[in-house]
Design a protein around this ligand. Structure first.
Ligand SMILES: O=c1ccn([C@H]2C[C@H](O)[C@@H](COP(=O)(O)OP(=O)(O)OP(=O)(O)O)O2)c(=O)[nH]1
Ligand SMILES: [Mg+2]
Length: 144
């Protein structure tokens, strides 16, 4: 699909790193490095503004490498970019490690997955259909 974008960052547009990648890596667009202390969170801009078609959302997800190596993840993962949002795409990073992490300008800090979604209309009812699972959850299938 084609996605309209305004690129106000100093970096090239995000790219799929491999032919079948689901996510486009997003780069930090910052005037100076951003230090994130242990358990601190920082909102980091990308300089990107998009216009998603109706029925689509963009999800902002962590990069597993940063999470594994540095404990750096996206606090609100998956972040939701609504189709009617016209502001800058920002990434809410949180440092879950015991060491400070410094984000550099242009660093790939998260990935964006564009996905279709439904919008529902409620139908209020008194009864839901019977299923084998019923109300079981939270590990219910592991029990004897
Ligand atoms: O990681 C994110 C999450 C959200 N947004 C932008 C796009 C999204 O459309 C808007 C609102 O996000 P959300 O609905 O998650 O936040 P909210 O706390 O419910 O704020 P609002 O009342 O503005 O919807 O903020 C981002 O740039 N990055
Ligand atoms: Mg909201």
């Amino acid at each position: 699909m084609i996605l309209k974008v305004i690129n106000q960052s100093k970096h090239p547009l995000p790219e799929y790193q491999t032919p079948l990648s689901a996510g486009l890596d997003l780069r930090a667009n910052i005037s100076e490095p951003v230090a994130i202390k242990p358990l601190e969170r920082k909102l980091v801009g990308t300089g990107l503004f998009i216009e998603l078609p109706a029925g689509f959302e963009a999800q902002i997800r962590p990069r597993s490498g940063l999470a594994f190596k540095h404990g750096l993840t996206v606090l609100n993962t998956p972040g939701t970019i609504d189709a009617d949002y016209r502001g800058e795409i920002k990434v809410l990073l949180v440092n879950l490690s015991s060491e400070e992490f410094v984000v550099q300008d242009g660093e790939r800090i998260a990935q964006m997955v564009v996905a279709k979604h439904e919008q529902i209309h409620w139908e209020t009812t008194e009864v839901l259909s019977d299923t084998e699972r019923g109300a079981g959850g939270y590990g219910s299938t592991g029990k004897a």
